[in-house]
Every structure is written in C-alpha cells, then in structure tokens.
Design a protein around this ligand. Structure first.
Ligand SMILES: [Zn+2]
Length: 176
C-alpha cells in the first residue's frame, strides 16, 4: 500500500483486525521508509454488472424488479414465494460471479426463463410469450400492466398438455 506520507510502496503490517463479522479487515501498517503509520480497510467488492437495455441504456440490476416479474408470471400457479426467491437468488449469484461489467437484459431474461421452466411449465410459457415479444426483460417488467389478454390466452392454450385444467383468464397487473 502506497504510504500516504512519502509515497513509498513497502510497509509492514503491525496489526490485523476483523470487523463486522469478518466483512471488513482493518490493518495498521508502518511505512518501511519513513516509519509513519497508517490504517487500511479491506472489504469484499460485491457489485452487479450494469444491465444493458435493448435501447442501449444502462441501468442497475434490481432483484426486486425480477422478483415482481416472476410473481406476475407465477400468479395462481402452485409456486411458493420461497421458490421464486431462490430463482432470483440464483440469478443474482450468477451476476455477482460473472466478470463482465455489463450484461444484456436479454441474457438475464433467458437465464430467468430457463430457471422458471424447471419449476413450472405454465409460468414459463406465460413469461416466455411476453418476454419474447419484448426481447428485453426489463422492458417486459416495465410494461407488464396489463398483459395483452390474447397473448395470455395463447400462452395458456399452447401449454394445454402440461396443464389440463384450463386457467381462468386473468390480468397480470404490476406497477413499478
Ligand atoms: Zn512513508
């Protein structure tokens, strides 16, 4: 660590202290050249890549938005909130682990669709039919009030084999 007094790059650590349950490491250091002492903090860098929208704008990833979109797609489906949470957690961990600084909303949407597919076919088709029209999950989430009724019926009909009991037509409403 560059010494704040003389700019020398070598120092020795006098003391290391864990703080906030190990989330922060504080080190007391002594410059090997001028012998002045200073303190550094070390913490995990956890940040999501920026989401590139279809129109090229960038925005912050929002777990809440994704969860709301999932909840809308999963309305009246036998899917526990815990399951949706775990899908969102999975997406979020994947984003934290990815080394890119930016990621397209489309990639997130596709990942989300795959996760949804493994949980519930009807919810998947519902999500996919709308999502694919928009090609952009953020846009989908923003324009979800209300979903075009024909699209919804079509999505439900396409999935008749997986869901013998016909879904009641329903309005997906979501205000963001
Ligand atoms: Zn120094």
């Amino acid at each position: 660590m560059k010494c704040p007094f003389c700019g020398h790059l070598e120092d020795r650590v006098l003391e290391t202290r864990e703080q906030k349950d190990g989330l922060l490491i504080r080190r007391r250091r002594e410059c090997l050249k001028c012998r002045n002492r200073f303190t550094t903090n070390e913490g995990l860098l956890m940040s999501y890549p920026l989401v590139i929208k279809k129109d090229g704008r960038r925005e912050d990833f929002s777990k809440e938005k994704v969860l709301k979109g999932l909840q809308a797609a999963c309305q009246k489906r036998p899917i526990a909130l815990a399951q949706m949470d775990s899908i969102v957690e999975g997406i979020s961990k994947w984003l934290l682990s990815c080394s890119d600084k930016e990621i397209s909303a489309q990639q997130i949407g596709e990942r989300l669709m795959m996760a949804l597919k493994s949980v519930d076919d009807v919810a998947y088709v519902r999500f996919a039919s709308v999502y694919k029209t928009f090609k952009d999950v953020q846009e989908f989430l923003e324009t979800l009030t209300p979903i075009n009724q024909n699209q919804l019926n079509q999505a439900t009909n396409q999935n008749q084999t997986a869901s013998p009991k016909k879904d009641q037509p329903e309005q997906l409403t979501l205000t963001l």
